[in-house]
Design a protein around this ligand. Sequence first.
Ligand SMILES: *[C@@H]1O[C@H](CO)[C@@H](O)[C@H](O)[C@H]1NC(C)=O
Ligand SMILES: *[C@@H]1O[C@H](CO)[C@@H](O)[C@H](O)[C@H]1NC(C)=O
Ligand SMILES: *[C@@H]1O[C@H](CO)[C@@H](O)[C@H](O)[C@H]1NC(C)=O
Ligand SMILES: *[C@@H]1O[C@H](CO)[C@@H](O)[C@H](O)[C@H]1NC(C)=O
Ligand SMILES: *[C@@H]1O[C@H](CO)[C@@H](O)[C@H](O)[C@H]1NC(C)=O
Ligand SMILES: CC(=O)N[C@H]1CO[C@H](CO)[C@@H](O)[C@@H]1O
Length: 845
Amino acid sequence: MRETEILIVLVLVVGVLATTSFPANVTYDHRALVIDGQRKLLISGSIHYPRSTPDMWPDLIQKSKDGGLDVIETYVFWNLHEPARNQYDFEGRNDLVKFVKLVAEAGLYVHLRIGPYVCAEWNYGGFPLWLHFVSGIKFRTDNEPFKAEMKRFTAKIVDMMKQENLYASQGGPIILSQIENEYGNIDSAYGPAGKTYIKWAATMATSLDTGVPWVMCQQADAPDPLINTCNGFYCDQFTPNSDKKPKMWTENWTGWFLAFGGAVPYRPVEDIAFAVARFFQRGGTFQNYYMYHGGTNFDRTSGGPFISTSYDYDAPIDEYGLLRQPKWGHLKDVHKAIKLCEEAMLATDPTITSLGSNLEAGVYKTGSGLCSAFLANFGTQSDATVNFSGNSYRLPAWSVSILPDCKNVVLNTAKINSMTTIPRFSTLSLKDGISSEAFPDDWSWVNEPVGISSNSAFNKLGLLEQINTTADISDYLWYSLSTDITGDEPFLQGGSQTVLHVESLGHAIYGFINGKLAGSGKGSYNNPKVTIEVPVTLIPGKNRIDLLSLTVGLQNYGAFYDLSGAGITGPVQLKGSKNNSTIDLSSKQWTYQVGLKGEALGLPKGSSSLWLSQSNLPKQQPLIWYKTTFDTPTGNDPVALDFTGLGKGEAWVNGQSIGRYWPTYNAPNGGCTDSCNYRGPYNSNKCLKNCGKPSQLLYHVPRSWLQPTGNILVLFEEMGGDPTQISFATRQVQSLCSRVSESHPIPVDMWTSDQNTGSKSGPTLSLECPIPTQVISSIKFASFGTPLGACGSFSHGRCSSTRALSIVQQACIGSSSCSLGVSIDTFGDPCVGVAKSLVVEASCA
Ligand SMILES: *[C@@H]1O[C@H](CO)[C@@H](O)[C@H](O)[C@H]1NC(C)=O
Ligand SMILES: *[C@@H]1O[C@H](CO)[C@@H](O)[C@H](O)[C@H]1NC(C)=O
Ligand SMILES: *[C@@H]1O[C@H](CO)[C@@H](O)[C@H](O)[C@H]1NC(C)=O
Ligand SMILES: *[C@@H]1O[C@H](CO)[C@@H](O)[C@H](O)[C@H]1NC(C)=O
Ligand SMILES: *[C@@H]1O[C@H](CO)[C@@H](O)[C@H](O)[C@H]1NC(C)=O
Ligand SMILES: CC(=O)N[C@H]1CO[C@H](CO)[C@@H](O)[C@@H]1O
């Protein structure tokens, strides 16, 4: 860095980045990462830069900082950065350097997980498709072609970071890097070559001399000096493979990903808070939320196959960049409580003692008199009272209490002090939008031809694997065949229906006979293979069979996942009802076309003179392109498009792909629960919602892709639908709610270490409007006593103070935030001797 640049950087970051604007020495010992000789307790969260837009980044990073994060973690997505070999792209959403610098400007550290295999429910696990065609290559194992490419890309990224002085060793924010990713889960499939590969990867990474430690996650045999780290829903039982390495949790899953055809997973915050507190109770010092903001799989970036376009992940910051409450707020309180214990935690190892069945204390006590404790009840059924250091403590089932001074509880993971918000999408029809011009009914269309229409089509004997054939430049591959019917074919005998039988590795098929859609089929996340059996009517003479095969995101996980393949690999047969009447077409000469005519013509950009706009807009017709223009809804609320009425396809706004849409793929009917019991081990099927409904109806359109008027929306609809039913949905907060009981710990904000001597304030209920310019406009409900129900459906219980509503109204209306003491001093005592709570539901405007 030149001196003038140093000055500029200093001016920009002064105050916030004071700890990292000078070269920092990052090492580790058995307790923690050590930065300039000091152990650090670090809370990290994943934000993947291409899953949002650069204009969203500063706000996402600030909300992460406000939520108590110290570190932002991201993967590096090779397929975005090197779409063709030696042709790099670091622009727009791919601007990794800008993202890292923005994190630095906010005063946070970066964990850069280069991989370059990333998994991440990302197309092909992040590998560029051209890698598949490198001669002699075998992915993720010991062979020269793969190692050469992996090393070249890893070194390219490291050099880029170095040139921008982004490593902590250079004064930048990057304190940690990852090589490979969860290889330990699958390495046995690669035999001895897997072992030598991991040793090579460790040596290669170390040789790049970043000056900061490298980690390998889920790799029990990670060679020194790399730190092996844990990924999972819980990591409290994890120990690193050396007593010289710290206990680090690189992926704590805050929720789970959504697949088309699946229900929407969520993870109760009480359980995440429990998992985090347990990890720190048992000696952890670094943990990362995967994801802190999940975002959106724009374009064709989703993997799977069948991963949805939304990658919301039930993360603390939602897909649209708004706080998910109470998740964000409760975890913020957990972070504050843990940070109050930091000094004792970093000074020593925990002493773990049993306090009874399913009850455990983790105590950090130093010779110099520091003491912090975590008291856990990991039983799933009963609350318990424990004796600890001469005092007694009530521990709800599946919870941890945090005692920064080994005496006073500042937080219990099952008691939420943070407010809840209920989001609402208000919809606007595209037609009667904000202004009469907003979404005119001026749809135009182009028919996509059925079958081969391109000069670059080619013939080949037999059925081709799809990924080898398309190199993923398109989701679509036509398999086309002309067959002569004389009338005496065996499958026509017996007078019964002829059936076309097609088997495919995935992921979906549309079968056309003589230009007409005869049938279709789709796979699923758990089984991408598709078989269709469709009745067909053949005519004497020439008959055309056109099969459109498509991928829905390429496999991203598992041993040899890159070879799992897709497309119609056969058999393809015409079957009659009689025995031995089947004719196999698999080895005939097929004609192939990669991609659609509309793609070749650039229809996604909206251009072309082919758009038709007569009065009779075709609806419910397969293979059709639609286009319209629209004005942007006013205001700043995030915008989505509601694809009700359409079948399946991809959509572009002003030429930018907002992703694949598939509103007709519903989740199964069973297995959902509205109020999931957070007690007990979580898994990805435990808490599901939206059963029997479309997996995804709403598709995020980033505001930065919109101009006030004249935006162009283009759709390619595969199955048939009615585009005039599409509407806008803007994301707002409908209600704020909070419930705090008299027995709540006092808020962690108000805790001071002389709590036990000073005057004790009681628990407090706080409300704050999500947007700073808003004020609390109404109190929809307030009750002090024994109120019932949940946010949106509260009701008075047997006992209720008559003064609660007016007291809350007086304290809150007209302010952007308010706090109330939860005690009989404020509200009077409507039922002496009964444990009481205050609940409030408010709205902001
Ligand atoms: C970095 O810190 C480690 C341990 O804290 C120490 O051994 C080493 O000498 C330091 N290196 C530099 C360059 O200061
Ligand atoms: C806790 O201590 C009290 C007396 O101080 C005693 O009555 C009670 O049984 C103890 N509880 C447990 C679980 O040891
Ligand atoms: C792709 O083609 C290569 C040869 O070019 C072959 O070895 C490989 O098995 C094919 N992959 C699939 C999934 O068919
Ligand atoms: C086909 O042959 C099997 C015995 O080989 C017989 O059980 C079956 O009924 C036959 N099916 C038809 C449709 O003729
Ligand atoms: C079907 O063909 C097999 C030989 O391919 C033969 O053994 C069998 O008898 C045939 N069945 C009928 C019902 O013609
Ligand atoms: C590494 C780890 O802890 N993985 C766990 C993640 O969570 C699932 C479901 O609870 C467990 O099966 C894994 O073992």
